[in-house]
Design a protein around this ligand. Structure first.
Ligand SMILES: Cc1ncc(COP(=O)(O)O)c(C=O)c1O
Length: 422
């Protein structure tokens, strides 16, 4: 039988990996650290350092206000057009601006306006809570009787496909879901849900934060209407990097931006007193974009484009299978269980493992074992696989160190209380 924990086994997989060389494109200052949190914050691409230096020293420092006409003004669309092929969208269908939460507000509010008379918003209890808060905020603001149906997952891991199908009805204006959910990494069948929304006359809005750069997303193939997503996870855009939004081309002119500003105005420098929406997706912008943060988003996307989503996905699946086999063989006897779908077609690029002492085990891993995953209540340790830079040997060593923390009861040195950011 193969010894999955044999270093030679993992190292042979790394030697055969056609994407292995992409790791050199990232800053890895501490080779002993096993970073398994690229699903929260991607690593720093080496090129980003030079690009930011150029934006600060040459562009801002020397070109000053002239920079706006020398490329800054188009960044939101130009980088959006680079994200488009990663998610199955077309040129002119993606822009980069604001945060995921703000973009969700814009598109959800626009969708409700486009479906007057309908009062229901359908979502699930696996969705990222910020998305629910945004939907609740919109319902409160509109004060028009909208109610949000939060359909429960049957097991906290898988999406409630059947219950969602029953919930989507003739009163539904909008179906808003995370395509890949943040805790279990369950990935929805986007085409199936979008089809059900359309059959009922509703719009579908997808949060791609845990999907973009992690799974194969085909917005067009699925007939998706609207989507949002962040760039600081698998796209490696940096902490707080601006998010993206997608509106299918044929819908763009029919939706109005609820936070219209001079950047969504057709001719902002005419300074007219009435808002005239710009043509195309520029109408969904609002104010001055964060140029330095936008500039930092591009190198990570270039790396994904160079590697190719098909190859990245194949590696992510292979690494996910390897990790699950290790969990089954080595960690399951120590009280761990897999809280992610077994079926890779329905799973994103992280694996959640649960343990009654998950919180304290996670602390011991970070503080003493040079492994950096993250923790999501009640008991999930999320192990993020980012195939641009995660190695098979990272996975092997992480499992070995997890085993050591439990076998030596190292976690007992840590308190059970959790701080503000986990
Ligand atoms: C699925 C999902 N949606 C939305 C958000 C919130 O994004 P932001 O803080 O950029 O608004 C996150 C943050 O991690 C997320 O994981």
């Amino acid at each position: 039988m193969t010894d999955l924990l044999d270093p030679q086994y993992a190292q042979a997989l790394d030697a055969q990996d056609p994407l292995a060389h992409f790791r050199q494109e990232f800053v890895v200052d501490d080779p002993a650290l096993i970073y398994l949190d690229g699903n929260s914050l991607g690593r720093l691409p080496v090129r980003t350092r030079g690009i930011l230096q150029d934006y600060v020293d040459q562009q801002w420092g020397q070109r000053l206000i002239r920079g706006w006409n020398e490329g800054w003004l188009d960044l939101t669309q130009r980088i959006g057009d680079k994200i488009a092929p990663l998610v199955g969208a077309r040129t002119g269908e993606v822009v980069v601006a604001e945060s995921t939460s703000t973009n969700l507000f814009k598109l959800a509010a626009a969708a409700l306006k486009a479906r007057p008379g309908r009062r229901k918003i359908v979502t699930d209890d696996l969705n990222f809570p910020s998305d629910l808060y945004i939907l609740q905020g919109i319902a409160g603001l509109l004060d028009a009787g909208h109610h949000i149906q939060i359909v429960p997952s049957p097991d906290g891991v898988h999406g409630p496909m059947d219950a969602l199908a029953s919930a989507i009805d003739a009163d539904t204006a909008l179906v808003s879901l995370s395509h890949t959910v943040f805790k279990s990494a369950y990935t929805y069948d986007m085409a199936a849900i979008t089809g059900q929304a359309h059959a009922a006359g509703a719009l579908a809005l997808w949060d791609l934060s845990h999907s973009a750069g992690a799974v194969l997303v085909d917005l067009h193939g699925a007939g998706a209407d609207l989507a949002v997503g962040c760039t600081y996870k698998y796209l490696n855009g940096g902490p707080g990097a601006p998010a993206f939004l997608y509106v299918r081309r044929d819908l763009q002119e029919s939706l109005s931006n609820p936070i219209s500003g001079w950047f969504s105005q057709a001719a902002p420098f005419d300074f007219g007193l009435e808002h005239e929406p710009a043509a195309g997706l520029r109408r969904m912008l609002t104010g001055t974009p964060p140029v330095l943060s936008l500039a930092a988003v591009e190198p990570g996307i270039d790396l994904l484009l160079a590697a190719g989503m098909e190859r990245l996905r194949a590696k992510s699946v292979q690494q996910g299978e390897y990790l699950m086999a290790l969990v089954d063989a080595v960690l399951q006897p120590l009280g761990f269980r897999i809280n992610s779908p077994r079926n890779s077609a329905r799973r994103g690029s992280h694996i959640s493992i649960g343990h009654p002492e998950g919180w304290r085990i996670n602390r011991a891993l970070i503080e003493q074992m040079q492994v950096l995953p993250d923790f999501r209540a009640p008991d999930n340790i999320r192990l993020g696989i980012t195939p641009l830079y995660t190695t098979f040997d990272d996975i092997r060593q992480a499992v070995q160190r997890l085993r050591a923390v439990v076998e030596t009861r190292l976690f007992e040195q840590y308190p059970a209380e959790r701080p503000a950011v986990t």
